[in-house]
Design a protein around this ligand. Structure first.
Ligand code: CAA
Length: 380
């Protein structure tokens, strides 16, 4: 068993770390405070090819392996988790399903411009009345000649107002449960598409999250992914991969919180010695380190299985569940070590604490991950 990264993986990790520190970190506090969408940062990330990380070179992407891709997400999340969520949704649940389930025409039409970052991708599954129970969606799609007509509403959509292309799940046969769901590539300029309320979020404030509406929205039939009735599987397969990305994001947040806590514990003196020399604080730092390392190992295991073409969904669920729990715990302990300074916005641990929270909710809650893990355990 080899836990080391290869030369290419190390190179992209170091390049991303350097870029993130120089080009993103100086702006992270302001982006969070102003809930500002960092267009200029995304333009620079596009120049690096980071909008086409999972897109093969034939469609203009980098064609990275899953290990490298998740290293990139972790490094960016260490400085600004909001930037990661936009990149992760674009790459994992927008480009990836087009690549794996789109016909050649759809791939050629969308992937090159998405890989260049000219068009940002989103993923529209969740609706106001159903998030975890994904097969209960009510958005419908009915065939009319050579177009499907979509009607319904989606909510909590990352890049809802800044995105140009969305993978939208809708029921082509509402009588068939999950087998009546189909997936479509929908452009924001299609007639009948509109953006609703912008959410004012606790964390990940530099990413935009909105409602989407479809009112007799006409989508060409060739924009269907896979085939009619296969949309639930398209969504689930896409989420399997993207959950590794959320876990990598959680590891990045946790590593950042740990780094800040270690530095503060070395410098801050209480009762005549550094905080780090108090057993109670050393105990916290040790547990935080174990949480970060075990989370990262699960990310790398899931990504490595993915790269080898082996079943990885249950490991992705474990990585997502554990990474998210640990990020919350590490950020919470970092706030505790900072004391009163951890509770004000002068130090970044307060932001890490807020950003970490959603990793236990989006792309499948902790409870859903445990269902996936337990079902796999029981079935095997
Ligand atoms: N890959 C492929 N197919 C899969 C699959 C997978 N990972 N998981 C299930 N399926 C298939 C099953 O094999 C089954 O197929 P058949 O029709 O052949 O029997 C079918 O899908 C139904 O499976 P289940 O009976 O297991 O389905 P379920 O209704 O019990 O739900 C669930 C399973 C895992 C709970 C699922 O509903 C789920 O993951 N829910 C959470 C949804 C979620 O993560 N939403 C987040 C949206 S994205 C987001 O957060 C916004 C953003 O922009 C960041």
């Amino acid at each position: 068993m080899d836990f080391s990264l290869n030369q290419d993986q190390l190179a992209i990790q170091h390049m991303t770390r350097d870029f993130a520190r120089k080009e993103i970190a100086p702006h992270a506090e302001r982006l969070d405070r102003e809930a500002e969408y960092p267009k200029q940062i995304f333009d620079k990330l596009a120049e690096l090819g980071f909008f086409g990380m999972l897109v093969p070179e034939e469609y203009g992407g980098l064609g990275l392996d899953a290990v490298s891709y998740n290293l990139v997400l972790e490094e960016i999340a260490r400085v600004c988790a909001s930037v990661t969520v936009v990149l992760a949704v674009h790459n994992s649940v927008s480009c990836w399903p087009i690549l794996h389930f789109g016909n050649r025409q759809t791939k050629e039409k969308y992937l090159p411009k998405m890989a260049r970052g000219e068009v940002i991708g989103g993923f529209a599954l969740t609706e106001p009345h159903c998030g975890s129970d994904a097969s209960a969606i009510r958005t419908t799609a009915s065939l009319d000649g050579d177009t499907y007509v979509l009607n319904g509403q989606k909510t909590f959509i990352t890049s809802g107002s800044t995105g140009g292309v969305f993978i939208v799940m809708a029921k082509t046969d509402p009588t068939k449960g999950h087998r009546g769901i189909s997936a479509f590539v929908v452009e924001k300029d299609f007639p009948g598409f509109s953006v609703g309320k912008h959410e004012d979020k606790m964390g990940m404030r530099a990413s935009d999250t909105t409602e989407l509406f479809f009112e007799d929205c006409r989508v060409p039939a060739e924009n269907m992914l896979a085939s009619e009735g296969k949309g639930f599987k398209v969504a689930m397969a896409s989420l399997d991969g993207s959950r590794i990305g959320v876990a990598a994001q959680a590891v990045g947040i946790a590593q950042a919180a740990l780094d800040e806590a270690v530095e503060y514990a070395r410098e801050r003196k209480t009762f005549g010695k550094a905080l780090s020399e108090h057993g109670v604080i050393a105990d916290k730092l040790a547990r935080m380190k174990v949480w970060v390392e075990t989370s990262r190992l699960l990310v790398q295991k899931a990504a490595s299985l993915h790269d080898q073409g082996l079943p990885f969904g249950h490991v992705a669920a474990m990585a997502k569940y554990w990474g998210a729990e640990c990020a919350s715990k590490v950020a919470d302990e970092a706030v505790q070590i900072f004391g009163g300074y951890g509770y004000i916005k002068d130090y970044p641990v307060e932001r890490y604490y807020r950003d970490a929270r959603v990793t236990r909710i989006y792309e499948g809650t902790a409870e859903i991950q445990k269902i996936v893990i337990a079902r796999n355990l029981i079935r095997s």
